[in-house]
Write a protein that binds this ligand. Structure first.
Ligand code: PXL
Length: 290
């Protein structure tokens, strides 16, 4: 029966008060793209963990209570989208939640947040990596950065990798479960002014690459912005390469809109300045089949 209701996305991320990461990014992006975002907060922080100090309230027990209530209320989910999880226990709770609630048409999007620049984030250790390897087994789509890709595959980190090497690595990761593997923010050895996104889709066995200009600035939360747009685009019915183009272009617009200001970059991109661009049809596509 056609109901016309908006699709519900459960967003499983922390809420960081300062610094635009996690729920502070996921909710505006996905509601702007027309989705009903139901938040399952994993923790509350004063600010994200790339500041020298932060307060941290763990919500593991509350997550169990929230999920029990949703079950009682027969809430149904069109997508489950996870990002920063605070502990191994939380990863296990989410794995069980996904297994219990996955229908044939539910999108399970796992951003395996573990680290960046060849290092794990503060608070994370090898146990978290092992738990995340199991969680990606129930995913439809995963979006690791290079650091997370190598940790998930349990092979030593290498910063520069050619297309053929990345294809093999994506294929290996997809063998652990997900139909779609997307690697974000891949640097190019020969040209430091560009950055690429690579993707593999098991259905059709095709590999894609989208290349973007690179600006020399690090903004926390870019991974959350990127994966939120991919989630929204796939739920709206975009093909994988179109979703990659939309997400890469949106991130680039956000960085361009912010880069020119004298500004504490730890705050993340000025999302508010570009959020309305998500409503515009894409003007130029640059994806390649590799
Ligand atoms: O996905 C980025 C992110 C999310 N949440 C917290 C973080 C970070 C990155 O530093 O610290 C709490």
């Amino acid at each position: 029966m056609f109901t016309g209701k908006t699709k519900r996305v459960v967003a499983v991320h922390d809420l960081s008060g300062v610094g635009r990461v996690s729920l502070s990014v996921v909710i505006p992006v996905l509601s702007n793209m027309g989705f009903n975002v139901s938040s399952l907060p994993t923790s509350i922080l004063s600010n994200h963990t790339q500041y020298p100090s932060f307060s941290f309230l763990d919500l593991t027990d509350e997550m169990r209570k929230i999920l029990a209530q949703w079950k009682l209320l027969d809430i149904e989910f069109d997508a489950i989208y996870t990002g920063y999880l605070g502990s191994v226990e939380q990863v296990n709770i989410i794995k069980e939640f996904v297994c219990e609630n996955k229908r044939n048409d539910t999108l399970i999007m796992i951003d395996p947040v573990l680290g960046d620049n060849a290092k794990l984030y503060a608070n994370f250790n090898e146990d978290m990596v092992i738990a995340m390897r199991k969680l990606i087994g129930v995913a439809d789509v995963v979006t690791p950065n290079l650091t997370e890709l190598f940790f998930l595959l349990d092979i030593p980190y290498s910063e520069y990798n050619g297309d053929e090497e990345l294809k093999i690595l994506m294929l290996e990761l997809s063998k652990k479960g997900p139909d779609i593997v997307i690697i974000t923010n891949v640097p190019e050895k020969v040209n430091p002014h560009i950055t690429s996104v690579y993707a593999y889709n098991k259905k059709g066995h095709r590999f894609w690459k989208v290349t973007c200009p690179y600006l020399p600035a690090h903004f926390p939360g870019m991974g959350d912005t990127f994966t939120s747009v991919i989630t929204g685009a796939l739920l709206q019915g975009d093909s994988l390469p179109m979703a990659l183009d939309r997400a890469a272009q949106f991130c680039y617009q956000g960085i361009r809109a912010t880069f020119g200001y004298e500004y504490d970059r730890r705050e993340g991109i000025m999302l508010e300045k570009v959020l309305r661009n998500l409503e515009l049809p894409i003007q130029v596509t640059s994806y390649e089949l590799i």
